[in-house]
Design a protein. Structure first.
Length: 307
């Protein structure tokens, strides 16, 4: 970016404060935020006339007020596609971990309290033959389905739109128009839809109650899609069997009640954290800015698709 543009960097990798963000939008033509920068109405209200593009470093754009950006004529772009395989890998890792108790076993070894093999020790469940329900069958959901088939899971999904026949056949996936009906029949639920006003608490307390008590939930999307308090209560009460969470409703704060539970695996939002992925994200950001600066429409505009 420094070769191509007159660039001001936030080079210590910590989120900028509100004042710093306000200062940046006042003077910049292009802002490159990431998911820890809240670009809300109040920040956008302070933007100078020159701000025309927000080129987000990341796929999720729920930290940006898209409507306010559109009102001000500011284009928003993101970095779709380049995090897909890494996030799907991490989702599969969480599924395996929760169902086969990988982290619990690891913690036991480190505690020094392992007294040896026994027939009933550390029993998890067989993955092969179980039903996986994917909430949101976009790029990441589909990449997860491909992996999960290799582990013998049967693939079910809920999505606003049914996939075309050829895609359903390739993934051997069954579409459920009703999320409620799908939830009630799955062994594992994976959340892979973006967080938008329409998906906030999509897995509400009422819907979580539809799950079988033996079911597990995995979330590598956004914490806000699940009513985290209700889920935590149900995990504690044994009404949901387990959870693998890479994202949290109020991250980086993690509900202390979740920390106290043995049947959950908790990761610090690292689904897309690969060196290759970060480089690809950076390149996408640069392509979006350069295309815009050259007078064309940047390829990864999000404002129209999500509103
Ligand atoms: C994104 O790009 O939105 C991801 O959540 C980063 O991991």
């Amino acid at each position: 970016m420094m070769e191509l543009f007159d660039t001001r960097l936030n080079d210590d990798d910590r989120p900028m404060g509100r004042d710093e963000l306000a200062e940046a939008v006042k003077s910049a033509d292009v802002l490159v935020p990431t998911l820890t920068d809240r670009i809300d109405k109040a920040i956008l209200a302070q933007a100078g006339e020159s701000l025309r593009l927000i080129a987000n470093f990341g796929t999720g754009v729920d930290h940006i007020d898209l409507a306010a950006a559109r009102e001000r004529g500011v284009t928003v772009t993101n970095t779709p596609g380049v995090l897909t395989e890494d996030t799907a890998d991490m989702t599969m890792a969480l599924i395996l971990d929760v169902i086969r108790r990988v982290s619990q076993g690891e913690r036991l070894i480190r505690s020094g309290e392992w007294s040896g093999w026994s027939p009933t020790h550390m029993l998890g469940h067989r993955l092969w033959g179980k039903r996986l329900g994917i909430v949101g069958m976009g790029r990441i959901g589909s990449a997860l389905a491909r992996r999960a088939r290799g582990f013998g899971l049967s693939i079910h999904y809920h999505n606003r739109r049914q996939l075309p026949d050829h895609a359903e056949q390739e993934l051997e996936a069954t579409w459920w128009e009703s999320l409620d009906q799908m939830l009630a029949r799955m062994d594992i639920i994976s959340v892979n839809c973006p967080h938008t006003p329409a998906t906030f608490h999509l897995l509400s307390a009422r819907r979580l109650k539809l799950l079988k008590p033996t079911a597990a939930i995995v979330n590598t999307s956004r914490g806000e899609v699940i009513d985290e308090q209700a889920m935590t209560r149900m995990l504690k009460a044994g009404e949901i069997a387990g959870a693998g969470l890479d994202v949290f409703e109020h991250e980086p704060a993690v509900n202390p009640k979740l920390l106290a539970l043995g049947n959950v695996v908790l990761l610090p939002h690292m689904g897309s954290a690969t060196i290759e992925g970060r480089i690809d994200m950076g390149e996408k950001v640069i392509i979006n800015i350069k295309t815009y600066a050259d007078g064309h429409k940047p390829p990864d505009r999000v404002i129209d698709t999500l509103l």
